[in-house]
Design a binder for this molecule. Structure first.
Ligand SMILES: C[S@@+](CC[C@H](N)C(=O)[O-])C[C@H]1O[C@@H](n2cnc3c(N)ncnc32)[C@H](O)[C@@H]1O
Length: 367
C-alpha cells in the first residue's frame, strides 16, 4: 500500500509547487479581522512544507484563531522526505511521505517566529493540546474524511491543485464555506466559476502576484522549460503566469472606485460596436467611458479592479451565450471560419471580421 501511494506521488510531482510566505502575508493582511474565533482549514497542505500552514501557526494567537487544521495529500510526499514526528510508528512508516493531519488549538506565536518545517511541527507538538495524526485515506480534499473536516471548518485557505480547480471551488460553494484560495485567472471563464461571479458568490483577492506571475518553490525541474525557473539560494522557483487570489471574504480593495476620465461622447470611434453582441468594445479598463449607459466588453483583467458598487457584470463573451446579449450567430455563408467567430466577440471592419479575446460584459451600476 505504501509503495502504491509513493508511485502515485511520483507521477504527480509536477503538481508540486509551494506558495511563498511573502505572497501569503501580503494578501492575508487584508483579512485579519475575519479570523477571530474561527477554525481555519488548509486542505492541500503538507504542514512540513506549506507556508499557509506556517502563516496561520505563527499568527495563531495574533489572529485569535480557535483552531488550525492542515491535511496533506499523498501526492505532496514527493517534496518532503524528512522523518516525521510519529514516535509511535515503526521506522518504515516514520516519514512525512504518508498523508497526515495536524490540528492546533493553542500556540505561543512569539517563540516560534523563525521556525520552519520539521522544527515548527516539533515545536507545535510539544503542546499536548495539538496533535499530528495519520489520515486513513490519501488526503484527497474530496474524501469523506477530509469533507468532514471541511464541514467543521469556517474558512478554507490554500493553493489547491490548479487542474482540480473546478471541483475544488464547487465543493467550497456547495458547503457554503468562506475561503481564500489561489487559482488561474483563466478559471474565471469556466462556466461554473463565472456563474458564481455573476451571483456575487466569489471575487478576486486584494493583491496581485508580481504582474500576475507568481513564483512558487518547486522540487521538480523540467529541463525543457528551463526559462520558467529561477534558482534562489540553491532552491528552484517556477514562474506561473496569470495567477490570482479567489475569495468570498470582503476586503477593502474591492470597494476602491476605478478612476475614469474618458467619455463616449466625442470618442465614439474608439468604441466600436460588436458585430455579434449588443455591446461596445473597450480595449483597456482605464478607458471605460464615464457616460455610456449600455453594455461594454472589457478584458478579463477588469476583475482585478472590479468594484461591485460601481459596475455590474452582466455576462461574458463565450460559446454558451449565457448573457443573452448575442445578436448574431455566424454560418458558413458569412465566413469559412464561422466556428471561431462564434466563440468570441467580433468587430466587423469593412468586409473583414476581427475576433477578440474573451470579454467581460459590464454596465455602470445605476445610482
Ligand atoms: C499547487 S500545490 C500547493 C501546495 C500548498 N497548498 C502551497 O500553497 O504551498 C497543490 C497541492 O495540492 C496537493 N493535491 C493534489 N491533488 C490533491 C487532492 N486531490 N487533494 C488534496 N490535495 C491535493 C498537491 O500534493 C500539492 O501539494
Amino acid at each position: 500500500m505504501a509503495n502504491a501511494n509513493l508511485n502515485k506521488a511520483a507521477s504527480q510531482k509536477f503538481d508540486e509547487f509551494y506558495t511563498q510566505i511573502a505572497d501569503i502575508e501580503k494578501e492575508l493582511w487584508y483579512y485579519s479581522h475575519h479570523f477571530k474565533g474561527v477554525t481555519v482549514f488548509c486542505n492541500c497542505d503538507d504542514p512540513y512544507e506549506s507556508h499557509f500552514f506556517r502563516y496561520f501557526a505563527l499568527n495563531f494567537s495574533k489572529l485569535g484563531l480557535k483552531k488550525l487544521i492542515a491535511t496533506c495529500y499523498i501526492g505532496s510526499a514527493i517534496a518532503n522526505t524528512q522523518l516525521s514526528l510519529f514516535d509511535y510508528e515503526n521506522e518504515e512508516n516514520k516519514t512525512t511521505k504518508l498523508p497526515h493531519k495536524i490540528e492546533i488549538t493553542e500556540m505561543a506565536d512569539e517563540n516560534s517566529r523563525d521556525l520552519n518545517g520539521l522544527d515548527l511541527v516539533e515545536y507545535i507538538l510539544r503542546n499536548r493540546k495539538n496533535a499530528l495524526t495519520r489520515l486513513e485515506g490519501d488526503g484527497d480534499f474530496r474524501s469523506l474524511e477530509c469533507i468532514k473536516i471541511l464541514k467543521e471548518a469556517d474558512i478554507i485557505v490554500t493553493n489547491p491543485p490548479f487542474s482540480l480547480f473546478r471541483e475544488y471551488i464547487k465543493q467550497l460553494i456547495d458547503n457554503e464555506k468562506r475561503f481564500i484560495i489561489i487559482g488561474n485567472l483563466n478559471a474565471l471563464k469556466y462556466k461554473e466559476t463565472f456563474s458564481y461571479i455573476m451571483d456575487g458568490k466569489i471575487w478576486l483577492g486584494a493583491t496581485y502576484f508580481n504582474g500576475g506571475a507568481a513564483f512558487f518553490k518547486t522540487y521538480a525541474f523540467d529541463e525543457t522549460k528551463a526559462s520558467i525557473y529561477e534558482i534562489r539560494n540553491g532552491e528552484y522557483y517556477v514562474r506561473v503566469n496569470g495567477v490570482r487570489w479567489y475569495t468570498n471574504l470582503d476586503h477593502s480593495q474591492r470597494h476602491e472606485e476605478i478612476r475614469l476620465w474618458k467619455t463616449y461622447k466625442g470618442n465614439e470611434k474608439d468604441y466600436p460596436h460588436y458585430d455579434n453582441y449588443d455591446a461596445i468594445e473597450v480595449e483597456k479598463v482605464k478607458d471605460i467611458p464615464l457616460d455610456y449607459s449600455g453594455v461594454m466588453g472589457v478584458p478579463i483583467s477588469f476583475m482585478d479592479k472590479w468594484n461591485p458598487d460601481q459596475f455590474e457584470i452582466v455576462g461574458v463573451t463565450d460559446r454558451q451565450n449565457t448573457s443573452g446579449l448575442r445578436t448574431k450567430f455566424y454560418t458558413i455563408e458569412d465566413i469559412e471560419s464561422f466556428n471561431d467567430l462564434n466563440r468570441c466577440s467580433v468587430i466587423k471592419i469593412g468586409k473583414k471580421y476581427k475576433t477578440l479575446y474573451t470579454r467581460l460584459l459590464i454596465k455602470h451600476k445605476e445610482k
